[in-house]
Design a protein around this ligand. Structure first.
Ligand code: SG4
Ligand code: ZN
Length: 267
């Protein structure tokens, strides 16, 4: 099979390069994720990003899908991101998550080597491109906004709109309709001007080195039980599979920054 996985030796992240040449370690100058260092250089030209349409309720419906590697929320076409040092305007396509296990953290990026419980990625494609195939040929074709997710006792009611639907997409290939809600409600309430910026890759095959990464410093908080819905209710296998495998620890290993500059906004 040409599918990738996270835990079986023949298809795990260290074997991705056998099936997807750009995931190969020899070509890893611009790969993601990386470790972020709180001591890095502050860059005053990195002002707040403009998140267009994130504060309104979009029309139509959204689709939540278990693709066997993550849970993806496809969000329609009414939102875009720009500013904050991004080279262009990017249309929001989808958001998805990376998580750990019942007692292990699972963010992709780390901060001072610390791994957070989860990470949310909002994937945006440069608006001038007609489709993803074209965007993956542009060195800055995608802008992904990354949010660390930390855990507290209280439920996050906004996240509840999404987590309450997770059981309908427990198995690979399953989809569920979701009523649109303001995406802003999933984001941190404060300090959105504080973020890290670097140029990297998709963290999954085909590992295309086309991503302008923005990682927000302030995490989003959800409850232990909301986290557990990701780590225990989502399976990487289809409903009628002989062996049922929970989808856990769906993060790629940390890559070297080499000669890359990793910047941070200044306030
Ligand atoms: C997840 O597997 C998503 O399901 C993929 O989305 C996504 O690929 C992939 O992660 C890589 O994105 O922000 N982690 S990441 O680098 O957005 C793309 C779909 O395949 C191209 C729809
Ligand atoms: Zn991701």
């Amino acid at each position: 099979s040409d599918d990738y996985c996270y835990h079986e030796p023949h298809c795990d992240p260290y074997a991705w390069g056998n099936m997807f040449p750009s995931c190969h370690p020899i070509l890893e100058e611009h790969h993601s994720p990386i470790n972020l260092d709180q001591q890095m250089t502050r860059n005053s030209s990195l002002d707040s990003l403009h998140l267009e349409g994130f504060d309104v309720v979009q029309t139509g419906h959204w689709t939540l899908k278990n693709d066997g590697h993550s849970v993806v929320l496809q969000v329609g076409s009414g939102m875009s991101v720009s500013g904050g040092g991004l080279p262009d305007v990017y249309h929001t396509i989808q958001l998805h998550f990376h998580w750990g296990g019942p007692s292990a953290n699972g963010s992709e990026h780390t901060v001072d080597k610390r791994r957070y419980p989860m990470e949310m990625h909002i994937v945006n494609m440069k608006s001038i491109h007609p489709n993803l195939t074209v965007a993956l040929d542009d060195p800055t074709g995608l802008a992904v906004l990354g949010f660390f997710i930390d855990v507290v006792y209280a439920d996050n009611v906004h996240f509840g709109q999404l987590t309450q639907k997770l059981s309908s997409v427990a198995y690979r290939g399953q989809t569920a309709k979701l009523k649109p809600f303001p995406l802003m409600s999933l984001l941190p309430k404060h300090n959105m001007s504080q973020y890290y910026r670097y140029y990297g890759s998709l963290t999954t095959p085909p590992c295309s080195q086309v991503v302008v990464w923005t990682l927000y410093e302030v995490p989003v908080y959800i409850s232990w039980s909301q986290l557990a819905q990701f780590t225990s209710q989502i399976f990487s296998t289809e409903e009628n599979a002989e062996q049922v495998t929970p989808l856990q620890m769906n993060f790629r290993h940390i890559h070297a920054t080499f000669s890359r500059t990793v910047s941070a906004s200044s306030d």
